[in-house]
Write a protein that binds this ligand. Structure first.
Ligand code: GBH
Length: 500
């Protein structure tokens, strides 16, 4: 997939036009809808620390970080930002920006230390206190049930590869609905199941570090989709009186055809989006099945590879019916884009990437960031929002993550402001000019934190955190102030944009 191409020569070959940069004069000066939910996002393992306090069980990340070589700087999330102890201070940072909502995740192992069975009251109290603090500051909680930290006890039974995981997840979700549902009205079942499976069970770059890029990934994806749907149905069967909404958060990069005038490039870009967003969204938001292009390609390749059955499982009839329509909204995490063109894979290559028959490089013309995969492509957010609205029929959408990394963590983070300013303006265009129903936006992230396998080397925060001090002091960056002004104006006016 990441085949090297002489990018500089491509304009000559294809004369491509990926939409170009957006400039100051292209900014739309207008307002967001009045009830728009402005927020920041975090995840439990990345900020909480207190990894073994107050009865918390061990998660797959607690173990994964202890294996040498897994985390680039040899660090762990044992303490991280210490938000387990500093949540009141965190809520003040949010209040200072004028946030309307805060997206955080619950650590499954704080609630049910063994994944199923006995509850841990101290863990439940932590989130009750956090929610109360948010409410006292007029900030609505938006809760992710699962942001990658599976209880080790469940991994020991096969984790996302065991069909029973859908039932285990439902049990955990029910406990959360019961304990927190009076206060929480926006529930996200899973964060980026694409990464849970690709990196957790495919490349092994994330916990639990398994390798099955053309095989295990499709077993895990099937169980992730089932788990989401079981939790969704449980909510609407038994907690409907709480009047909340349940959705899932999916990550996708925008796929721009390398040559937009070439039909095969357009088709390859479409295939790429179906293998990323469609992999999880198609069954839930369309018809209870994997996308046609995945079914067709993986079935055919599996046959040619001499396998007894397709590497892509079928949902049972019963599950299909449970999955289809299991949503109140769609959460999208959007960061970057790729240029896509067709490239037939070697049939011997049993891999999710080979299954797509395409290449997806990024342009060297795009500004970079502190993360290899994150290039600055503001046009992509407007295009993916339009794509999703068209494909999934005007569903309500939340951008549940979007953000920019650097390595320095400087306080005058002008590149981050540039990124947010242009991405958010493209989102405004999707809402105002294109009519896409975007209900809220969560910047990733409230503060610098434990960036998974990249440790503390990549910083996405609107606040810096002093990781060498036991007190983990937070300092607002310029971007937090810019974001606060945007929220206060609820749109683009002279006082917001010219500053950056
Ligand atoms: C999100 O993932 C996560 O939800 C969040 O926890 C995280 O901190 C944040 O974004 C920033 O990374 O190196 O070519 O294999 C972002 C989506 C998709 C980004 C996979 C990294 C790996 C691409 N991720 N991608 S590659």
């Amino acid at each position: 997939m990441f085949t090297f191409v002489p990018l500089l020569l491509l304009p000559l070959v294809f004369g491509y036009d990926w939409g170009g940069y957006v400039y100051e004069e292209d900014l739309l000066y207008d307002h967001f809808p009045g009830d728009f939910k402005w927020g920041c996002a975090t995840a439990a393992y990345q900020i909480e620390g207190a990894w073994d306090e107050d009865g918390k069980g061990v998660s797959i990340w607690d173990n994964f970080v202890r294996i040498p070589g897994n985390i680039i700087d040899g660090t762990t999330g044992d303490v991280a930002c210490d938000s387990y102890h500093k949540y009141k201070e965190d809520v003040q940072l949010m209040a200072n920006m004028g946030l309307k909502s805060y997206r955080f995740s619950i650590a499954w192992t704080r609630i049910l230390p063994n994944g199923i069975g006995e509850r841990n009251q101290a863990g439940i109290d932590y989130y009750k206190n956090l929610i109360a603090e948010l409410k006292a500051n007029n900030i609505e909680p938006a809760v992710t049930l699962y942001h990658w930290d599976l209880p080790q006890a469940l991994e020991d039974m096969g984790g996302w590869l065991n069909d029973s995981v859908a039932d285990w997840f439902e049990e955990y979700a029910r406990v959360c609905f019961e304990e927190f549902g009076d206060e929480v009205k926006l529930w996200i079942t899973l964060n980026e199941p694409h990464e849970t499976t690709i990196q957790g069970y495919g490349t092994g770059t994330m916990a639990p570090g398994k390798h099955g890029l053309g095989t295990l990934v499709y077993i895990a994806s099937t169980n992730l989709i089932r788990a989401h749907a079981y939790a969704y149905r449980a909510y609407h069967a038994d907690f409907a009186n709480q009047n909340g909404q349940v959705g899932i958060t999916l990550n996708v990069g925008w796929a721009e055809p390398m040559d937009p005038t070439n039909e095969t490039h357009i088709e390859a870009a479409e295939t790429n989006i179906q293998f990323n967003l469609g992999w999880f969204a198609h069954a839930i938001y369309k018809n209870g099945k994997y996308p046609d292009v995945m079914r067709q390609k993986i079935d055919e390749k599996s046959y040619l590879q001499g396998l007894p059955e397709s590497r892509l499982p079928q949902f049972t009839e019963e599950d299909s019916l449970i999955i289809e329509g299991a949503h109140d909204f769609l959460g999208i995490n959007f960061y970057s884009s790729n240029l896509v063109y067709p490239e037939i894979s070697d049939i011997e290559d049993i891999s999710y990437y080979a299954d797509q028959d395409l290449a997806a490089p990024q342009s060297e013309d795009w500004y970079g960031s502190g993360s290899s995969w994150l290039k600055v492509t503001p046009f992509g957010i407007r295009r993916i929002l339009n794509w999703a609205a068209k494909e999934y029929g005007d569903v309500d959408i939340y951008i549940t993550e979007n953000g920019f990394s650097d390595r320095q963590g400087n306080i005058d983070d002008l590149q981050r402001i540039y990124y947010y300013k242009h991405y958010l303006n493209q989102m405004l265009k999707a809402i105002v000019l294109d009519g896409v129903s975007v209900k809220g936006y969560y910047a990733w992230s409230l503060m610098d934190n434990m960036e998974w396998a990249m440790g503390y080397t990549e910083k996405f925060g609107m606040h810096a955190v002093n990781m060498s001090s036991p007190d983990r002091e937070r300092t607002p960056k310029e971007s937090s102030k810019w974001y606060g002004r945007l929220i206060a104006e609820n749109g683009y006016v002279e006082s917001v944009s010219p500053c950056f």
